[in-house]
Design a protein around this ligand. Sequence first.
Ligand code: ADP
Length: 633
Amino acid sequence: MRMGPHMMLGSDPDAVKGVQVSRGIWRRVLGLAAPYKGMLVGFLLTIIGAAVLDLVPPLVFRQIIDTTIPNQDTAQLTVLGLAVVGVALVSAALSFSERWWSARIGEGLIYDLRVQLFDHVQRMPVAFFTRTQTGALISRLNNDVIGAQRAMTATLGSVVSNVIVLVTTLTAMFLLEWRLTLLALALLPVFVLPAKRVGRRMQALTREGMNLNSDMNNTMTERFNVAGALLVKLFGRYRTESREFSARAGRVRDIGVKSAMYGRTFFIALGLVAAVGVAVVYWVGGNLVIQGAITLGTLVAMAAYVTRIYQPLTALTNARVDIMTALVSFDRVFEVLDTPNPIQDRLGAIDLVDPVGQVRFDHVTFRYPSAAQASVASLEAPGSSTESGGPDVLRDVDAVIEPGQLVALVGPSGAGKTTLSSLVPRLYDVTGGAVRLDGHDVRDLTQASLRAAIGVVSQDPHLFHESVIDNLRYARPDATDDEIAAACRAAQIHDVVAALPDGYRTIVGERGYRLSGGEKQRLAIARMLLKDPAVVILDEATSHLDSENEAAVQAALTTALAGRTAIVIAHRLSTIATADQILVLDDGRIVERGRHDDLFAAGGLYADLYRTLIRGDAEGVAAAEVVTPGVPT
Ligand code: ADP
């Protein structure tokens, strides 16, 4: 009775074949279910109650046929008739509550797993996200969580309830008439073996259908995004596209028909066996009644019970695969939950209070973490490298940046400027040496207080698909409208925002109002001002800004950086020339350091870089366009 379509459709023997479900998974699953212990007990009790209750009507009919009718006891007949109605009502109520328990447990479990996964994943270091395929991760968060939930309620629930229905029904049958019971069981293999085969074929069809479906969907998403649609249009390929699509959709149609017919075959076969079973019981049992070996009532009750045993038995033959499939889902969810997070607050980490903003790179060596250290292999893009550890990207970098200083990082592309700056907010941990903020190793500070002390303005700042004001409040949720406007004025962006269609309520971001690069960067500067950090890390835009934007960004920066320690990945002559200290990086090392005049006079790498920049400027070429080896980026 409790064999939902998932019993046959969702399970996939090939998916579980050869899969080693990790040991101790049962214990973990039980651990997850622990908060629902009370509910599980309620769930089990309702199942048992319903199974036992369902045994009652055939017994009542037996009583009516064997005793009440021969005795012509109309009063008892009324009572027994009402009793059957009463049983039906209670049974309906139990069915409701069973569903309620299972929904509460199942949805509760989904909720727990999702929230745990979300929290775990968002705390993972940047390296995890750079290596992970977002699609695979999202699917893990959606599909496998649902698969795991299904395991908990549908599969386990149906296995438990089928076992209970079988045990209770068979017990009642044996007690009533053991010969007929054995006869009914003898018929079973006739059905169960073919049913297993059909079930397997159904699973294969379902899997194939899912693949064809995703094929078809891929075609649609590829062709219907802007770039794809444009390509189809410009090459006038409508007819070929339609033909190919119709072929794909046709395969989906065919497999749909096939699997519908297999499904029906399954249920027809089940119905047939039940019918044959009932007929055999009546035939053999009828003879027994004629011989006076059993009563007519017993025969009717037995015939009613016999229909209740075939379905659970069939369902149970596929139970192993179902349970394994479910456990695989749990395993895949646990795999993500168990990915260690190497960047965590150290035990006894201290809060950084009132930071002054002295940054010190203390003989820093760094290499990017290998795939194995950074992510879950199964979530990586196929073909991505798995070699352990790359070359050292930073080598013995040693520098002190005093509070309030502006330091320009200069050097050829790939020299390690971005990498060096990302070590300060501890997006990565150093491989050797230490990064210190106000004298504390950043690994000894709580991440919350460390990141509160640092503001980052990247080249192409990200804005969420939210209003301007919500994007700004991300930095400080309790900022008043006046404070926000003040920050925007300081960042030279207030007038631009005020002129937007909905002013500060305009939705921006990927799909919202498109701000230009310079405007976005000024908005990011405003966001940083609201945060009011002691240290600012700024990646100057390499893209060419028009002179108006350039002047605005420059003015915004002058205010923004005043009184803060600034580490600037510099692309502008003005920034470089006014820096308190210039660090020239080449191939992961600091090769020159000092102020502009001295460095320029020294005539080394810096002088070369600077000359190229001037030439680029003089020719009116954007810095970004002169990015060739040996040129600052
Ligand atoms: P710059 O900012 O000076 O252009 P980067 O700090 O971006 O240089 O890069 C320094 C080196 O580190 C380059 O060789 C680059 O290929 C490598 N690199 C950058 N990011 C990663 C990463 N996520 N994983 C592995 N290597 C990286």
